[in-house]
Design a binder for this molecule. Structure first.
Ligand code: S3P
Length: 464
């Protein structure tokens, strides 16, 4: 589906004050739906992200026989049991979501039918060979164009082979696709990751009763799932914590706007997700985790943040998996920091919802920030930010939100060409940021596109 672009503008703003909860974690929300679909009983989910990406996953599961309802923010899933999905009659439209597409490809691979996957223009550009390789090794067949992108057809089978697979790239999506395929596969399915990536799938599968273990090995981290668990919970309750990747926008906004003090509550602080917070602290951020607790196996905390003078640092490549979605907003923080911030190991940024590596460079440059690339390293020289630029977002929600945050502390407003995609992960971003003190608004088409210069003098008054 195509949507008309929605240009937005963010004006310099005063201090941000208050307490907020950002929407549910996107990664955990996808997994909550996918695992609940495998439960024969009823699963109730609170805090689910009601963003477009997750709604696409819910619709796809509905097409395969899962009953999913929502009432007043509470979601109820009546699943079909492990291996119980039925053949979808239509195309599975995954919208903008790489996570939805890749995880669901894994789940349907162990079902003996054909599914057709499609999405929007951004998703159709994203590499799928990384999931196609292990899934075909297990026994699924995939029909796609030569570049192995969506749209594609996947034919699964219910006698897949359990494999031991070493990930060539650090990707939680690929790991999760293999584990979800392993769910309805006899025997042990093993994934070895050279660097640890977010482990929400492992935590969720364990919560549902699967036998899944993780251990350090010389090649990295090895995860082993015992196939065909019995997910037969009459009722199960899941709580989705707030998304640290969404909290990041409010947190950086508070850091760079003077006198701000903000508490962001119920944030998922899984150690494999908090690379940005570690980095910001190293840059001099006043950031405190309060009320740390555990919910459904995930670590959760409230985060108190105060405006801070930031300084540039080196962010090592090994940290990338724990903050892979946060580089656009880190680049904005770096633009306001004193000195150079060097971000290493960013190759994966080129295959996200957009080529984020280049989108960040271009967005910084149109706003007067000095930035350069050296291979997969991004170097930003911070200081005062002029702003005043119009940023091309390339259908990428995080590029849009990051540069709108930049506008809050720059000398001149910052515009983005399309904030429409923000609905995929943070539907009320504008309302929430404005409630804290930001001024982000729609740009009227008339103002946005260059107008012919106005006559400076009023025409002479004609008196008959
Ligand atoms: C995700 C994993 C990451 C991340 C994405 C969500 C997940 O992608 O960028 O937004 O939920 O597993 P990769 O697996 O491609 O690193």
């Amino acid at each position: 589906m195509t949507h008309a672009p929605r240009p937005l503008i963010s004006h310099p703003s005063g201090a941000l004050k208050g307490q907020v909860r950002v929407p549910g974690d996107k990664s955990i929300s996808h997994r909550a739906l996918l695992c609940s679909a495998m439960n024969v009983g009823k699963t109730s989910i609170s805090g689910l992200l009601e963003g477009e990406d997750v709604l696409h996953t819910a619709d796809a599961l509905r097409q395969m026989g899962v009953t999913i309802t929502e009432s007043g923010g509470y979601w109820e899933v009546r699943g079909v049991g492990v291996g119980g999905l039925s053949e979808p009659s239509g195309v599975l439209d995954m919208g903008n979501s790489g996570t939805g597409a890749r995880l669901l490809m894994g789940l349907v691979a162990s079902h003996p039918f054909t599914s057709f996957f499609a999405g929007d223009a951004s998703l159709h550009k994203r590499p799928m060979k990384r999931v196609a390789d292990p899934l075909t090794q297990m026994g699924a067949s995939i029909l796609a164009r030569s570049n192995l992108r969506l749209p594609l057809a996947l034919t699964g089978r219910d006698d897949l082979l359990p494999i031991a697979y070493t990930l060539p790239v650090a990707s939680a999506q690929v790991k999760s696709a293999i584990l979800l395929a392993g769910l309805n596969t006899a025997g042990d399915t093993t994934v070895i990751e050279p660097e640890r990536t977010r482990d929400h799938t492992e935590i969720m599968l364990r919560h549902f009763g699967a036998k899944i273990s993780g251990e350090a090995v010389k090649e990295g981290w090895k995860v082993t799932l015992k196939g065909r668990p019995d997910f037969a919970h009459k009722t199960l309750e899941l709580k989705v914590p707030a998304d640290p990747s969404s909290a990041a926008f409010a947190i950086v906004a508070a850091l760079i706007t003077e006198q701000s003090e903000l508490r962001v509550t119920d944030v998922c602080v899984n150690p494999l997700r908090i690379g940005l917070f570690t980095t910001l602290k190293e840059m001099g951020a006043s950031l405190t985790f309060e009320n740390e607790r555990e919910e459904c196996g995930e670590k959760v905390a409230d985060i108190l943040v105060r405006a801070s003078a930031l300084k540039g640092i080196r962010v090592p490549a090994e940290r990338a998996p724990s903050m892979i979605d946060e580089y656009p907003i880190l680049a904005v923080a770096a633009a306001f920091a004193k000195g150079e911030t060097v971000m290493e190991g960013l190759a994966e940024l080129r295959v996200k919802e957009s080529d984020r590596f280049n989108a960040i460079l271009a967005g910084l440059s149109v706003n007067g920030v000095q930035a350069k690339a050296e291979g997969d390293t991004l170097i930003v020289t911070g200081g005062k930010v002029k702003g005043g630029g119009k940023v091309a977002t390339h259908m990428d929600h995080r590029i849009a939100m990051s540069f709108l945050v930049m506008g809050m502390a720059a000398q001149e407003p910052v515009r983005v060409d399309d904030g429409g995609m923000i609905r995929t992960s943070f539907p009320d971003f504008m309302g929430l940021m404005n409630s804290l003190g930001a001024t982000i608004e729609d740009v009227e088409d008339l103002h946005y596109f260059a107008l012919p210069p106005r006559a400076t003098k009023a025409p002479p008054l004609m008196i008959a």
